[in-house]
Design a protein around this ligand. Structure first.
Ligand SMILES: [Zn+2]
Length: 1144
């Protein structure tokens, strides 16, 4: 019955569609015919105009068609939905647990705000109840006195796993290579010797970047020894990431990519799969990382740096071990067992039990005579027959106290510190002395304790065994662990912004890497199809390019380390990271250029690769690791210059491409059709009111197909025929001298406010500062929205701790509004493609731009800040948005670009505690509106008062903040940061401003963020070089649904031939959750689906997947890997899905 009704509906939809399309064509034909007849005798001069009108009509036809497509898609969705609801009624549903999308007027597939009551512990609630009073807890300073009676372990003995570890930062005080030479390789060399001596000895290792470097130096026999240690459980690779990644600033693309790089390496060389996570040093913890670990097949994880008040609370509640659940997931699907270390640090004094002065005595590396000692002044003693009883009982007391903080009698005791186990002597000191203590425990069964060396998985296996024997489960927890404080009011919110230049460079590399990965994978597939024999074109340097890709992946991966992207390394180490990022960008560009070269050639036989004579060049040059990109001006002549644009997004985009040219008389045409593109010539400014007379900017509106490469021609046109921007200048009390030879300058208006507008939005700005004051949408929604800049200083008292690379410790006066003795120069530009207002202040240049476009690009304000605080000392510059959005004390910031997390600004916390990391988005909302700031780089964000949102732009701090770095951060650069700002109407959002709720970005915000983070890539042919005939490359028939993001299409390494591409690629899809309360109008051209089932063949048509196998997120060959047949995949909202695909 269902199929009958379904079919009937299908037929109906088909008929409606056919009728609609036919009517449309007929109507347009009639209109066109009539108009043409009317103008049959038009003189030649009007031909251009005719063409223009014809063009407009075609455009309209295209628009109508695309809106028709949308209607059909919606009908198809409603059909699917109809089917699905019938299935549900039959009980045969194939939907997610909470697929509730049939509310009237609500977008299909969207996610309503939901209360976060799916976890027994919710971090937002914990923050509400904690007093944050920091009383002295005695020996456990931040905790409490722990008591036990002694008979607790009579039935179930205390089972202790002492886990030797060595924390190796891939760069911090020394560079990665220097640490490796001085310490890491000795640690690993000794590990191989010592573990091979005695099967009882164990160790865990986390950083695959180091491990793989060491491995490369081993001979076959040594490698076999390592494999044996892994096989017999003495050596465990934990987490298995390239680095122990930062979880605040890192974007989920890079977090996953470094995990893939590490896991793939481990799989290939050691043949194992990591099962436990180890993150003892990242400065706060994010559930996005948890999600990725779970998706990569890990079952357990350990975290350490959590606010001391939270640790104490969890210790009292015995919730230090929990199942960490995603807030948006009501099912246990995403749960992972998490162990939170209870005390201050991961070193030996803070891991055996609550009393550091006792625990330090059991760090046998600190035995008298060595270089390290115990700051509590009681040194360790070597274990002898004489002291073993006293020592064993002293240690056992600590173990027993620590055990009281957990629900099971199994106890995890890490043994290690930063760069430990370098010397053979240290290995012997630790293992020999502990073994004596363990032997003593064994010989005294009345103590009811069993202790041994273990790996992390040894511990978790025992834990799970106990939990299931006791038929109990751990509590579930939702939320995150930001913002971290290790003591007093020392909140680690400074590193959210430290070294913002490199945080931005990280994201630039990320977008170049993703674009290159995708284009390279598509190129290989096209080549195989072209040749027909599964092989690649011989002259294409696939092997070298794959090495460049691998190096690029590893540079990005290394930078995710918790002292790299965080901005907390020494100056020379920062330069080392920057150089790696910079070189990777240059190398990846070579891969992009030659892939584009092959794909674009009409006659593939003309392809040849010559590194010294590139076929295409990038339109900008980056001259050094600390320089911003500079556009290369294109020299125009009578011959058209070819411009190649790659759209790295999976969406059809209407976007503005800007290049520089050497003439004010230029235009751009589509090379395929000859169609002229809407364009505007703008000035390139040598000084704020001084336009260059040699170089100009041409900005044109490009219609880009998803993942397509297209060619445009830039041509010289007759003088004055191109549309030019017009300018108005303002400077309060001191009108500037203006020099703009080729551009019209308008007299300043008398209005109090400056204003620019497009058809979606109008803004008003102050004439004195140029800064925005008010915003109005086409719908009529008006919001006060003042942009302000302000300075924070640091504490001034000699005895007070001051801000540094990690910590934000602002002065008591709080932020001071930015003011300058010189009024800023304000330049307003107006043109057919975009209009903007730029304010030149001494420390920054701030621009707000509106694009005159129809799609989502027309709805967002683009904000850019060029920041330079190199002249300042102990100051931090913030940009603040002050609105009348009634958000109360709640706002939302993203976690790693993967999900949104509600934040509550709490008066009981110091100002610096109310700052949170923002990788890509933050928003404020009330019942009728939402204000979203989308960001292209990671920074700290806060909403200190209702209606306000502030982001920290840069910080320059003269002193160390006592976390080991030993320096301030004064290597500031000229730094660019970029945002999109969206104001949206909310419908039916009246339920908000209540309990803790899970919210998502709107569809519009997702699309806007995608364009912001993955801008089109522009290349041109060198001037001397006449290009052969090119053909646009359009790999997809249509956009992916707008809620499905192509996270990556990453070519995998050949299993046989090292460092060469295989025929397989990792297809990573992220289905985004999006908010129901904002309906984009008009709806975007892409569609979305109510169903979780997606046909991958249809999605990527006409690309052909030879095989599709669903896999874990790090693409390890897994017993569970299953063939997706017939290419129908389940994509649950919010989830990332990974497939191993063979493309041809
Ligand atoms: Zn570290």
């Amino acid at each position: 019955m269902v199929t009958k009704r379904g079919r009937l509906l299908g037929v109906l939809v088909g008929i409606i569609f056919c009728i609609a399309v036919m009517t449309l064509y007929h109507l347009l034909e009639l209109m066109q015919g009539a108009e043409l007849q009317h103008r049959v005798n038009t003189p030649v001069v009007h031909v251009n105009e005719e063409l223009f009108h014809l063009q407009k009509k075609i455009d309209r036809l295209e628009r109508l068609l695309s809106s028709n497509n949308r209607v059909v898609a919606e009908l198809r969705d409603s059909l699917l939905h109809h089917k699905a609801s019938l299935e549900i009624r039959r009980g045969g549903a194939n939907m997610g647990l909470d697929s509730s999308h049939s509310r009237a007027g609500v977008l299909p597939g969207c996610r309503s705000a939901s209360e976060t009551k799916n976890s027994s512990v919710q971090m937002l609630d914990v923050y509400d109840i904690l007093p944050f009073d920091n009383p002295d807890g005695g020996v456990w300073k931040q905790g409490f006195e722990i008591s036990y009676s002694g008979n607790e372990w009579n039935k179930q003995p205390l089972e202790i796993f002492l886990v030797p570890h060595s924390h190796n930062d891939p760069g911090w005080l020394k560079t990665f290579d220097l640490y490796y030479q001085d310490q890491t390789r000795h640690i690993l060399d000794n590990m191989l010797i010592k573990l091979s001596e005695d099967r009882r000895k164990k160790m865990i290792w986390a950083e695959v970047s180091y491990f793989s470097k060491w491995w490369a130096e081993l001979d076959g026999q040594q490698r076999d020894m390592v494999k044996r240690l892994v096989q017999n459980g003495q050596l465990e690779l934990v987490t298995g990431g390239w680095v122990m990644a930062d979880e605040a600033n890192a974007h989920y693309f890079a977090l996953l990519d470094q995990l893939i790089e590490g896991h793939q390496w481990i799989q290939k060389h050691l043949g194992v799969k990591p099962s436990s996570g180890w993150a003892v040093d990242p400065f706060g913890h994010s559930p996005s990382m948890t999600y990725l670990l779970k998706g990569a097949g890990l079952k357990n994880m350990v975290i350490q740096r959590v606010h001391y008040a939270v640790k104490k609370h969890f210790a009292r509640q015995q919730t230090l071990e929990f199942l960490w659940r995603q807030n948006w997931d009501a099912s246990p699907h995403s749960d992972i067992t998490c162990h939170m270390m209870p005390f201050y640090s991961y070193d030996v004094p803070h891991t055996c039990g609550p009393n550091p002065s006792v625990c330090c005595q059991f760090d046998f590396h600190r035995l008298p005579g060595g270089r390290v000692f115990c700051p509590w002044k009681i040194p360790p003693q070597a274990i002898t027959e004489q002291n073993v009883q006293e020592r064993a009982l002293l240690l056992l007391d600590q173990y027993r106290q620590k055990s009281r903080l957990f629900r099971s009698p199994v106890l995890l005791v890490p043994l290690g510190d930063d760069f430990r186990f370098v010397e053979s002597r240290e290995w012997d000191a630790q293992f020999t002395n502990y073994q004596k203590l363990f032997d003593y425990f064994d010989e005294h069964p009345q103590l009811h304790v069993k202790a041994r060396f273990g790996t992390l998985s040894d511990y978790f296996q025992a834990l799970h065994r106990h939990l299931s024997a006791a038929e109990t489960t751990l509590p579930t927890l939702g939320g995150d662990f930001f913002t971290y404080a290790d003591r007093d009011d020392h909140y680690w919110s400074g590193f959210f912004t430290s070294r913002p230049f490199y945080k931005r460079l990280d994201r630039t590399l990320e977008s170049v890497l993703r674009a290159t990965e995708i284009l390279f994978s598509l190129t290989l597939a096209e080549m195989r199809r072209f040749r027909g024999d599964g092989r690649l074109v011989e002259s294409f340097p696939a092997h070298e390019h794959f090495q460049r890709l691998t190096a690029g992946r590893r540079s990005l991966a290394l930078f995710q380390h918790h002292d790299a992207i965080t901005g907390t390394a020494r100056d020379p180490v920062v330069v080392d990271y920057g150089t790696r990022l910079f070189h990777s960008i240059l190398n990846l560009r070579q891969v992009l250029q030659s892939s584009a070269h092959w794909l674009l050639l009409l006659d593939k036989n003309l392809y040849h690769h010559d590194q010294s004579k590139p076929f295409l060049l990038m339109d900008d040059v980056i001259s050094a690791q600390d320089a911003l990109p500079q556009k290369t001006p294109l020299a125009l002549s009578d011959e058209p210059r070819s411009l190649i644009v790659f759209n790295p997004t999976e969406q059809q985009q209407t976007t503005v491409i800007s290049i520089t040219v050497d003439s004010a008389d230029a235009s751009v045409v589509d090379a395929e059709t000859g169609r002229p593109m809407a364009a505007q010539i703008s000035a390139v400014w040598e000084e704020p009111s001084q336009a260059s007379t040699k170089v100009f900017q041409i900005s044109f509106v490009a219609e880009l197909h998803p993942l397509a490469l297209v060619e445009y021609h830039v041509i010289k046109v007759s003088t004055g025929s191109a549309d030019r921007a017009g300018y108005t200048f303002y400077r309060h009390g001191n009108p500037p001298t203006v020099n703009t030879e080729h551009f019209q300058v308008f007299r300043p208006e008398d209005n109090v406010l400056l204003s620019i507008r497009n058809k979606h939005v109008q803004i008003w700005s102050s004439q004195e500062t140029g800064l925005m004051q008010k915003l109005q949408l086409q719908s009529g929604l008006v919001r006060e929205l003042r942009v302000q800049f302000a300075w924070y200083g640091t504490r001034t008292n000699r005895n007070q701790d001051k801000s540094g690379a990690y910590l934000f410790l602002p002065g008591e006066e709080g932020a001071q509004l930015y003011s300058s003795s010189e009024p800023p120069l304000i330049r307003v530009s107006r043109g057919p493609v975009f209009s903007d207002i730029t304010s030149h202040f001494r420390h920054f240049t701030h621009t707000v731009r509106l694009f005159h476009l129809d799609g989502h690009a027309g709805k967002a304000l683009e904000i850019s800040n060029m920041v330079d605080i190199r002249s300042e000392a102990n100051r931090e510059l913030v940009m603040r948005l002050v609105s009348n959005v009634a958000n109360g004390n709640r706002f939302y910031s993203d976690l790693n670009g993967f999900q949104m997390q509600q934040r509550r600004t709490l008066a009981k916390l110091p100002l610096q505690a109310n700052f949170y990391p923002m990788s890509s988005a933050a928003f404020l909302q009330d019942t009728s509106s939402r204000l979203t700031l989308l960001s292209a780089q990671s920074q700290g964000v806060a909403s200190l008062r209702p209606g306000e949102l502030e982001v920290v732009l840069d910080r320059r701090l003269q002193q160390d903040d006592n976390r080991g770095l030993g320096q301030g951060i004064t290597d500031n650069k000229l730094t660019a940061n970029l945002y999109n700002l969206l104001l949206e109407d909310r419908k039916g959002g009246a339920t908000e401003v209540g309990g803790a709720s899970v919210e998502h970005l709107s569809m519009l915000a997702h699309l806007s963020s995608l364009s912001l983070c993955h801008p089109p890539i522009t290349m041109f042919a060198p001037s001397h070089h006449q290009l052969p005939k090119l053909r646009p490359f359009r790999p997809l028939h249509s956009s992916l649904p707008c809620d499905i993001h192509l996270l990556n299409l990453r070519t995998l390494e050949d299993a046989q031939e090292a460092e060469s591409p295989s025929q397989e690629a990792a297809l990573l899809l992220h289905r985004k959750g999006f908010d129901c309360n904002s309906t984009p109008e008009p709806a975007p051209v892409c569609t979305w689906s109510v169903h979780e089932e997606v046909n991958l063949h249809d999605l990527f048509s006409p690309l052909h997947f030879h095989s599709i196998r669903r896999s874990g997120l790090t693409l390890l060959p897994d017993d569970k890997e299953e063939e997706v047949e017939p290419h129908v995949a389940q994509l649950r909202p919010m989830e990332i899905s990974a497939y191993r695909v063979r493309l041809d």
